[in-house]
Write a new protein. Structure first.
Length: 355
């Protein structure tokens, strides 16, 4: 069984199918071969008196430089106008390919509060996704200028920003707008279209923008059916423009066409939180079965698989030691066999080498 689930059936057939899928998923996970791997000791070297917090995102550029967006620091609120300003609480660090600290990018940025993800696009621009300011920020490759902003910080200092729903309510209908409610990830297709996972608040959707940042459309809402989500944790796009969405609450990866038409679900990956696709026509998909923050001793493994859902193998488990993982939130897979893994639970980034 491949762990792929199609469209709705009639009630009796659907119930039987769901049981079959659950059995298939359990077999696929338990029977996946173990991949041999190592964790490189001390891969990223921070200066004295600077520490990683929860590693929301990790990414590399074409030169092998490493970027980590981490929940480190103290939030700051400036009061004295009709609109208070809040910032801080997260920092974006750059390291060279040897792991040597290079610099901090965007220090004291108005858009940095709650690090959710960092990605590097095909032309080496650096994108920071911030869950609390509801913004996705595009920096130039040098990290010196902000080239584009998607979303907008709320007009108050709710934490997380909740001026458009936040934690306090909402229908979960995935509002078709260019504003976000706790975004979690960003990806691009070959034409430069931008896909934002906007599913940690009351929205439960993927929002699509063109290469110039103009809102095109969105799809999704809260629920369990095809095209519905229970927490949109990650997003990736393959060479054909298909969109892979980590629907962690429903324990599946949903795959859509470029315009949001549902294709299929992969249900053999546990509760996926971080996703990464290697480039090219023979892409490899990495998916974390991230252990929940309230039960840190179970799950934790990362799956290597073909985009059609066929599992190649798995590696790691929940834990605190090297080669163990604590709530993985980010995977960088620019090199198929050399990964960077960002952990929320263990406040660290591991460099993983597969054999």
């Amino acid at each position: 069984m491949s762990g792929i689930r199609g469209k709705h059936k009639s009630c009796p057939m659907r119930a039987a199918l769901m049981i079959l899928v659950a059995v298939s998923a359990a077999v696929a996970q338990s029977g996946a071969p173990e991949i041999k791997f190592d964790s490189v000791p001390n891969p990223l070297k921070l200066p004295a008196n600077i520490y990683f917090g929860e590693a929301g995102g990790v990414a590399t550029n074409s030169h092998g430089d490493v970027f980590v967006y981490t929940r480190t620091g103290h939030a700051t609120v400036t009061i004295g106008t009709s609109r208070p300003f809040a910032h801080g609480g997260s920092r974006l660090f750059e390291f060279d390919r040897t792991g040597k600290f290079v610099r901090e990018i965007g220090k004291d940025s108005y858009g940095f509060m709650g690090a959710s993800q960092v990605r590097v696009d095909p032309t080496d621009n650096i994108w920071a996704v911030d869950e609390m300011t509801n913004m996705v920020m595009k920096f130039d490759p040098q990290g010196q200028r902000i080239l584009m902003l998607l979303g907008r910080k709320a007009e108050n200092v709710n934490v997380p920003a909740g001026g458009r729903g936040g934690r306090g309510g909402g229908t979960g209908a995935g509002q078709p707008t260019d504003l976000f409610d706790r975004p979690s990830d960003v990806a691009w297709d070959a034409a430069g279209n931008i896909f934002v996972a906007d599913g940690m608040g009351n929205n439960a959707r993927v929002a699509k923008f063109d290469k110039d940042g103009k809102f095109v459309k969105s799809w999704g809402r809260k629920g369990t059916g095809d095209g519905e989500f229970a927490g949109v944790h990650g997003v990736a796009v393959d060479a054909q423009g298909n969109v892979y969405v980590a629907d962690a609450g429903n324990k599946r990866i949903q795959i859509f066409g470029n315009d949001g038409n549902f294709k299929k679900s992969l249900t053999n990956v546990g509760s996926p939180q971080a996703v990464c696709l290697t480039k090219g026509t023979n892409a490899v998909l990495y998916v974390s079965n991230s252990n929940p923050v309230d039960d840190i001793d179970r799950d934790g493994e990362i799956y290597k698989m073909h985009p059609d859902g066929t599992v190649v193998g798995k590696f790691g488990r929940a834990g605190k030691l090297p080669k163990e993982f604590g709530t993985v939130n980010a995977i960088d897979c620019r090199d198929e066999n050399t990964l960077y893994v960002g952990e929320i639970g263990n406040l660290r980034v591991q460099k993983i080498v597969l054999h």
